[in-house]
Design a protein. Sequence first.
Length: 153
Amino acid sequence: MDPHVEPYLKVLEDLHGQILETIAPLSDEEINRPIPGLQNTIGILLRHLGGSERYWIGEVVGGQPAQRNRESEFGRERLHKAALLEELERTKAITRETLGRLRATDLLAEVDVRRTRGVRKESRAFALLHATQHLAYHLGQLRYLAKLLPTAR
């Protein structure tokens, strides 16, 4: 792997590990339990993280269409932890494969990014940093929600 790309992968893998550590002790019931006053459950956030990472890294950085439907990531149906963990593993594999192909010069290349306000040009480095900060942000939410679970009965 290119030594200029490897740090991105190391940080993403560390965040993935922290997410797995946070949700490891939780049951299906707990990942679906709503917290009063909040919209998203742990399960919804996990599904959203997979969709976001597949879009930002798989599609934007790697050019593999993610077929993302962002709105459906926030659906209220019951989710299963095992299926979410399988999806996280598939997402991690896409990230490893995509970053494994990148070279330092690829990071500066501009690519199209679909945002709510239209399509913009951004560098692949921007997309990787965005995906990383997004994962870290939601990791904090997952930790907070997991701590609130005992009081949300």
